[in-house]
Design a protein around this ligand. Structure first.
Ligand code: PGA
Length: 311
């Protein structure tokens, strides 16, 4: 039996996940020398090097790779055990870890609000990020459930679609195409455009459609936030393509409008996914059922905005 503590394993797993002692120290809120000494003690206990430093990059050795997958199994089983104990005590208590793509942040926190009122003993960790980062989190098995628009095909996932997530062209109300119907997509050629960052699923979907129609927009700005894009549109920097859900708080008197462009909306749906074969905790299962039950009640904001723009 290797004389390692759970704390040492946690520290090791965090360093391995980030590929960095500094970032592991940040995540665990401990100092970097503490991280180094914990890894050193663990290495001594194992009797083989766990990491290899080449230049500035940190790589796992074979022993490190084996230990990482062992740690992941151990932590998952401990979490499940914790939840089982909570259930045996007759109360829903424990942790729910969710990672959702940027557009779902307009919907999931509200749903979590009512869910947590029902189950006040549950602590929730919610990570909001883009498609590419979610994909990485899935590969690292970091969360219980994922909400995505485009479940990565290359990972073995169980996915269930639950709600429309259409992408629409958003412009300032003063835009020359505002209020016009059935505008040809070719009208967007050369338009000043605000684009989402590399790794964004929205960006991928938009570029695919533009390529199909041979449209080349003039990208004036790349932004990693849907909210910042809305501000840039309001500021007159250009048009963009956003999920209709991003417009949830835009009233009729707002500065934005949806343009009626051929090929739009790009029809997409949200999916709730988890790694195939993963044993979901009772809490994750309960949340999954809650999500599937409550999501059909979500209303879409766009119609009022469209009407507001028609002259
Ligand atoms: P994104 O995903 O944040 O990666 O663009 C949004 C979506 O797919 O709805």
């Amino acid at each position: 039996m290797i004389p390692a503590t759970l704390h040492q394993l946690k520290v090791f797993e965090t360093v391995a996940r980030h590929g960095s002692f500094t970032r592991a120290a940040e995540e665990l809120s401990i100092t970097q020398p503490t991280v180094s000494s914990q890894v050193k003690q663990l290495t001594k206990a194992v009797g083989l090097p766990l990491f290899e430093q080449i230049g500035k990059s940190l790589y796992l050795t074979d022993a490190g790779t084996e230990l990482l997958s062992t740690c992941q199994d151990v932590f998952e089983r401990l979490t499940n055990f914790q939840m089982t104990v909570a259930d045996l005590k007759g109360m829903k208590q424990g942790q729910l870890k969710l990672a959702v793509i940027t557009t779902a942040k307009y919907f999931i926190p509200r749903l979590l609000g009512s869910f947590c009122q029902k189950y006040p003993g549950i602590d929730v960790t919610l990570k909001v990020t883009n498609h590419k980062t979610i994909q990485q989190r899935i590969l690292n098995n970091e969360d219980d459930l994922y909400i995505v628009s485009n479940p990565p095909q290359e990972i073995d996932l169980y996915s269930q679609s639950f709600l429309d997530n259409p992408l629409v062209v958003v412009a300032n109300k003063k835009h020359h195409l505002a209020g016009k119907s059935m505008v040809a997509i070719s009208e967007l050629d050369g338009e000043p455009f605000i684009m989402r960052e590399q790794g964004s699923g929205t960006r991928e979907a938009v570029l695919k459609l533009f390529n199909q129609h041979d449209i080349s927009v003039r990208v004036r700005l790349e932004l990693g936030s849907n909210e910042a894009i809305k501000q840039a549109i309001a500021g007159g920097l250009g048009i963009s393509v956003l999920s209709e859900h991003c417009l949830i708080s835009e009233g009729k008197s707002g500065e934005l409008t949806i343009l009626d462009i051929e090929g739009f909306p790009i029809e997409r749906r949200w999916y709730v996914s988890y790694i195939a074969g993963k044993k979901l905790s009772t809490i994750a299962k309960t949340f999954l059922d809650y999500l599937l039950e409550e999501s059909p009640k979500v209303t879409f904001p766009a119609s009022s905005i469209l009407t507001a723009s028609v002259k």
